[in-house]
Design a protein around this ligand. Structure first.
Ligand SMILES: Nc1ncnc2c1ncn2[C@@H]1O[C@H](COP(=O)(O)OP(=O)(O)OP(=O)(O)O)[C@@H](O)[C@H]1O
Length: 344
């Protein structure tokens, strides 16, 4: 029997560490290594090349798209490719203008500042950021009430890379201050196969093309999910002693409740509420969130984009409705025919 793994660890630093550390190690270091998102890569390359030719800091960049599509990775690549240091923080960590002032005032010239989930930053910090992005300056308020004064503070020039799963929540004045907005798209199956090849090499998993294709096609168009499923397949192959065969892939995905379209438990819960409890919809976002016991934000940013993309769900001004394909996928073909006719 072919062992699923090389006997010697391919990357001891990676293998021995936690899964989070492994995710970090998997990140491509250059735009060339970054799989897919061709258009965004081209746009970013141009932006970085132009800045390098003029010896200035690249324009501020906003990365928008569902989780796990590579926003953090791209921010790291921007810093790496332009030879600049990187500072990482996140919207939820900036609850007061003072939190942001502390970060901004300690940036070194040319530093890349990555703010993940930038839509969750405090409003007062957002306003401070407008001036910082435009003039590399902030006003620090000292005192309160009538005696309050503002002290201007010059900042080192920096490049802000903001990431958001909900660009619609960003106020226009903030959105407009980014020189470039990249909308990341879900990945095609062949692109995810390339992502998985690299991860399988790093994990030392021996797995054939067809099995990688099976994992890729069930990964919700998302590299992070693809890498995670590969690790579960590796575990399954190890414990079952089968090698990472196609059967092992299917058995592992069945065990982890991932269906043939890549839908997971939450996707199915959302669809089942719409189909069974609300007769196909329309259902409002908040009702849906309460019914499945999840945050509305998670439904909107994580679940819906993929269900819409694969055509199971449609968003209308009156709420979410199941499409004909949505009815059919969950075994309600008769309802699908009655509601939509048979012209799918
Ligand atoms: N284009 C890609 N090519 C190869 N690997 C990728 C690519 N995009 C993402 N990955 C891998 O997927 C994982 C998740 O990527 P990343 O953390 O950059 O996503 P994200 O969009 O920032 O997610 P979140 O919004 O949840 O922070 C990382 O391990 C990364 O290596």
């Amino acid at each position: 029997m072919t062992p699923a793994f090389d006997d010697s660890p391919v990357r001891p630093d990676v293998e021995s560490d936690s899964e989070v550390a492994f995710e970090g190690a998997l990140r491509p270091k250059s735009l060339e290594e970054f799989v897919g998102q061709r258009k965004v890569r081209g746009q970013l390359q141009l932006l970085l090349d132009a800045a390098a030719m003029q010896n200035r800091t690249p324009d501020h960049i906003l990365l928008a798209g569902p989780p796990g599509l590579g926003k953090t990775t791209l921010a790291m690549i921007v810093a790496h490719e332009s030879g600049r240091p990187l500072r990482l923080t996140s919207g939820p960590a900036i609850q007061h203008a003072g939190d942001l002032a502390a970060v901004l005032s300690s940036l070194v010239p040319g530093e890349v500042l990555f703010i993940d989930e930038i839509h969750r930053m405090a409003r007062s910090a957002e306003e401070m950021l407008y001036l910082a992005m435009e003039d590399f300056r902030i006003d620090i308020m000292v005192g309160k009430g009538a005696g309050a004064t503002s002290i201007p503070l010059d900042l080192a020039p920096f490049t802000l890379v903001g990431a958001t799963t909900r660009s619609g929540l960003l106020p226009n004045p903030l959105r407009d201050r980014f020189g470039f907005t990249a909308h990341l798209e879900f990945y095609e199956t062949d692109e995810l196969v390339r992502v998985l090849h690299r991860a399988a090499d790093m994990l030392g998993v021996r797995i054939d093309e067809e099995s990688l294709g099976e994992i890729a096609s069930r990964s919700r168009g998302t590299p992070r999910i693809a890498n995670r499923l590969l690790r579960r397949v590796r575990d399954y192959a190890l414990v079952a002693g089968t090698g990472a065969t196609l059967e092992a892939v299917r058995a592992a995905l069945l065990l982890y409740d991932v269906d043939e379209l890549g839908l997971d438990r939450l996707d199915r819960a959302v669809m089942s509420i719409i189909l069974e409890r609300f007769d196909g919809g329309p259902v409002g976002l908040n009702t849906l969130a309460v019914s499945v016991g999840e945050e509305a934000e998670t439904i909107e940013a994580v679940v819906e984009p993929f269900l819409v993309r694969i055509g199971l769900l449609s968003r209308t001004p009156r709420g979410r409705i199941a499409t004909k394909a949505g009815w059919a996928h969950f075994g309600f073909s008769r309802n699908a025919d009655v509601l939509f006719g048979d012209d799918l």
